[in-house]
Design a protein around this ligand. Structure first.
Ligand code: GYE
Length: 344
């Protein structure tokens, strides 16, 4: 028996020797080296924490994509992306987590304008610049964010209003009573506030425009359809629907069809939409949507440029507006006519 054990210990000796050597040396070659160069590389990356509103619309998906395309490793970034699923509390939680992870920049697309003072103060105290995109915040101290990139929502609303004024004039309907319903987006969001304000500024000047109702469609197809169906039941004389994004418009068009009415050019109900995502523009082309006011989701590259400027010690503007256009049947076949630049 003793002999047997001795024999087997000697047989196992080379294996044991290698094992002990590995333990003592802590596997010095592979793992250590790879780890180190990885860490070196990460140290050179700019860490950006992005808090996105959610994924409520086609526009939002494109917006998220533009952010993910801009903050790649190849471009020198480590992106920590958080989808807040339509809850401000989730956005606040994400920002706090970015602060504790000591990210270099926080990028925030805020669901609504109010309620940010405390958490943005925490970011400021931690010395982390905050860049806003898409929607705005309403804070007491503007130094709580460094810059904002987004759309001129009031102008978008005005564009819709001026188009309607012109359209009715061309049809000789400037004296006729025009009944309008509005499908509004997420409550308290800059896009909703601005588009409502801009459109109302024009509407107020028209003695024959009658806004029957403004309903909350929350920027989703399901809610847009539900609200439009309700409005069609309430009123049988709707002339115009102003739908503050394409997703709600898709739902509203279904509701109009199901109510036995027609929409768009030569239809019973004139349709005004916002965003101009591809499917929206397609409906302008086939005449179901009369006008689609573009909202440009391609904002990631501009946010990235701002970060590059800050890195280079350059002064940055407080607000940058992305270029946008409107789509109607008359111009839908024209080339993209917006300039590539961004205005500060
Ligand atoms: O119009 C809508 C999205 O804030 C501009 O949010 C954005 C709006 C956009 O859900 O589709």
């Amino acid at each position: 028996m003793r002999q047997f054990i001795r024999k087997n210990i000697w047989a196992a000796a080379p294996v044991l020797f290698v094992l002990i050597a590995i333990l003592l040396m802590g596997n010095p070659l592979q793992a250590g080296d790879v780890q180190e160069s990885q860490t070196d590389k990460d140290d050179n990356l700019i860490v950006v924490g992005v808090s996105q509103v959610g994924s409520e619309s086609v526009w939002r998906t494109a917006h998220t994509q533009s952010v993910q395309d801009a903050f790649t490793r190849a471009n020198g970034y480590m992106l920590i992306f958080d989808n807040a699923r339509q809850k401000q509390a989730n956005q606040i939680k994400a920002i706090r987590s970015f602060i504790s992870q000591q990210v270099d920049y926080i990028v925030l697309s805020p669901i609504e304008e109010t309620g940010w003072d405390t958490v943005l103060q925490e970011a400021k105290d931690a010395g982390i610049p905050v860049i806003l995109m898409d929607r705005m915040v309403s804070v007491n101290d503007p130094s709580l964010y460094t810059a904002w990139v987004g759309s001129d929502f009031v102008r978008e609303g005005q564009d819709a209003g001026y188009w309607l004024e012109d359209y009715l004039k061309k049809q000789g309907k400037e004296q006729e009573e025009v009944n309008i319903v509005v499908l509004k987006g997420t409550k308290g969001a800059s896009a909703t506030i601005g588009r409502t304000k801009g459109f109302n500024q024009v509407a107020r000047l028209q003695h024959n425009w009658n806004i029957l109702k403004q309903a909350d469609g929350e920027f989703t197809t399901a809610k847009g359809k539900e609200e439009m169906a309700r409005l069609l039941e309430l009123y049988d004389d709707i002339d115009v629907v102003v739908s503050q994004n394409d997703d709600m418009t898709f739902g509203a068009l279904e509701a109009i069809r199901e109510a036995g009415k027609t929409a768009g050019v030569n239809g019973d109900i004139t349709v005004i939409s916002f965003d101009a995502v591809d499917a929206g523009v397609e409906l302008v082309r086939n005449g179901e949507i009369n006008i689609d006011v573009q909202c440009n989701p391609d904002q990631g590259k501009y946010v990235e440029q701002i970060i590059q400027d800050i890195q280079a010690g350059k002064e940055v503007e407080k607000a940058y507006y992305v270029p946008e256009r409107v789509y109607t049947q008359e111009n839908v076949e024209e080339e993209e006519n917006v300039t590539e630049g961004i205005s500060g």
